[in-house]
Design a protein. Sequence first.
Length: 216
Amino acid sequence: MVVAIDGPAGVGKSSIAKMVAERSGFSYLNSGSFYRAYTYLHLCEGGAAEDLGGLLKRAKETVVQIKDGHLFLDGIDIEDKLHTAMVDRHVAAISAYVPLRSYVNEQLVRIAEKSDVIVEGRDITTVVFPHAELKIFFDAEAEVRAQRRFLQHPDGLTFDEVLAQIIARDEIDRNKPVGALKVAEDALYVDTSHLTMEQVCEKVLSAIFARKSDSK
């Protein structure tokens, strides 16, 4: 079974998806981690953010693995490098590169074929898994999302700077030529602005159990 979750930056997708995966016994996949990993690798090796062809070439030379919820590049755990200020500045534009999106999507589908999965990202319900058994869209007010990101990743940025990044990221995500952020017609819409993680988790678990019961 594939549970596909979409939503903008800072909405709580990763934390909630991980919690749901643990409680349901599903595997957890974060499409954004792939884009962040390739961005981090490319920039750390001196690549220019504008050299998208070079980034894609390097990505195809790299082995990505997910182990215990951590992302590994060529056997090295870089999970704690994925949300640095450097990656945050460039990942939105890089993830809009269509050939890279196609490559990441192929990997996600390949991994999901092997088990029950919770997959989260920006276009999971609409592009990557349009036939997922359950689709969910998380949303929240921009100010709420900025506050969450500000508290989670103190990189010396002010709240206003984080908010500006969130708004800019939304603009890029919603206007991508391929894989734009939007609500699938058959998705369960959940506004997380004033809900606890526990409350959102319960909503998702209830929807999973309901779908499983319907399929019996």
